[in-house]
Design a protein around this ligand. Structure first.
Ligand SMILES: Cc1cc2nc3c(=O)[nH]c(=O)nc-3n(C[C@H](O)[C@H](O)[C@H](O)COP(=O)(O)OP(=O)(O)OC[C@H]3O[C@@H](n4cnc5c(N)ncnc54)[C@H](O)[C@@H]3O)c2cc1C
Length: 379
């Protein structure tokens, strides 16, 4: 089988990359080891902003800003193409505590973001469900969310509609290389030929890239979440406190997340995380204690130094590209990330300066000490 471009990995990044390239006229095949959109992209919370965005470097802020401006339109287009509504909702982000108000204000002025400081009464007025909380807060009214399982389902429908060939239950076992040129991939079900291949394997991407002798610092970072079967309207906004967050869905479900665990490719869930997330949620919103926890799950984020994804050509191999390492922000960064990658694949003028994302560019957080510091900072 021959195609213009193979995408390895049918997560949000792989499928959105496929949509972008198919809309540009390429024949595209997505090769997915399991079911499309069943890994990190399904498991995520869908908050369309980095958490504490001023703690990230400009490379992450630039991708986030580009994407945020286009997410509502993307969500509407996907709903139309697939019949599944990803439920883009501008629910705002309320971050309890205002110790970093100055850093936040400086960052907001640079990126044109809206951040307001609320005193304790204004915080409770903004989110009446916080009956046990007496604190000031930073409020970002323009932050939106999507519902991940719906987003990936919509995207799956959309790429099939756009003529993308989707091969599920088909692990890629090898890259086919010939004198520094990519020729395609070997899968459990035979080979597929293509002059271009994009690695979008999420947390599993480093091993795929390593087959070319190139290293990218992408590692799995487990996140566990729980969901309360709560009542609609109980919580109005996404609420964050000390790295934990609550996300209200339109139907009343409230998600509580998430852990940040460096435990390799272990996707199991733990009673400790369940108890901790439940305790945090009920401390913030006591009424949640009345509702059942419907489900607990985990996903493996594609962790990267400073959270800067690897987007661009693997220079050692003609025709081979990567789009991976979006860490905690893959949902919000996806539209800009895939547009940039498509620009590079197609030789178009890129939407953003590609230099910070090049696989060969050293990341600001690279090196053990810096990575450890970033891990702590983003907790
Ligand atoms: C608990 C949690 C909460 C999160 N919350 C948010 C949030 O609120 N906002 C936000 O922006 N981001 C959030 N994220 C991060 C976001 O979900 C990820 O950054 C994003 O989904 C990564 O997408 P991906 O397509 O790169 O990876 P994935 O969705 O993991 O997809 C990679 C795919 O590649 C496939 N694959 C791997 N190897 C092979 C192979 N050899 N052959 C074929 N297929 C292969 C896998 O099976 C998988 O389907 C969260 C993540 C988690 C886990």
């Amino acid at each position: 089988m021959t195609t213009d471009c193979i995408i390895i990995g049918g997560g949000l990044i792989g499928m959105l990359t496929a949509r972008e390239l198919a809309l540009a006229g390429l024949s595209v095949t997505v090769v997915e080891r399991g079911r499309a959109g069943a890994e990190a992209s399904w498991a995520g919370g869908g908050i369309l902003s980095p958490l504490y965005p001023w703690r990230y470097g400009d490379a992450v802020s630039a991708l986030a800003q580009w994407s945020q401006e286009r997410y509502q339109a993307l969500s509407e287009a996907l709903a139309e193409e697939s019949g599944v509504d990803p439920q883009w909702t501008r629910s705002g982000l309320l971050m309890l505590g205002a110790a970093q108000a100055c850093e936040a204000a400086t960052w907001a002025a640079r990126f044109g973001a809206e951040i307001e400081r609320l005193d304790a009464p204004a915080t409770t007025q903004c989110e009446p469900a916080l009956t046990a909380v007496q604190t000031d807060a930073l409020w970002m009214p323009r932050v939106a969310q999507v519902r991940n399982p719906r987003l990936v389902k919509a995207l799956r429908g959309s790429i099939v509609h756009a003529g993308v060939t989707l091969k599920e239950d088909t692990p890629v076992t090898d890259l086919l290389l010939d004198h520094g040129q990519i020729r395609g991939v070997r899968t459990a079900a035979g080979t597929i030929s293509a002059p271009r291949v994009v690695i979008a394997g999420g947390a599993w991407s480093a091993a795929l890239v390593a087959a070319t002798g190139v290293e990218i610092a992408v590692e799995p970072v487990r996140g566990q979440m729980i969901v309360f079967d709560a009542r609609p309207g109980l919580l109005r906004h996404v609420v964050m406190h000390e790295g934990r967050y609550l996300i209200p869905r339109r139907d009343g479900h409230v998600l509580a997340g998430s852990t940040l665990e460096y435990v390799g490719f272990d996707k199991s869930t733990t009673d400790t995380a369940l108890a901790e997330l439940r305790a945090v949620a009920c401390r913030l919103v006591p009424e949640l204690a009345r509702f059942d926890i419907e489900r607990q799950w985990s996903g493996l984020r594609p962790g990267s130094p400073a959270g800067v994804p690897f987007i661009g050509a693997i220079e050692a191999v003609d025709g081979l590209f990567v789009n991976a390492g979006h860490f905690r922000n893959g949902v919000v960064l996806a539209p800009a990330s895939v547009r940039l990658l498509a620009d590079l694949v197609l030789g178009r003028r890129p939407i953003l300066d590609p230099a910070p994302y090049r696989p060969s560019t050293p990341r600001p957080g690279e090196g053990l000490a810096a990575t450890a510091q970033f891990r702590t900072k983003t907790l």
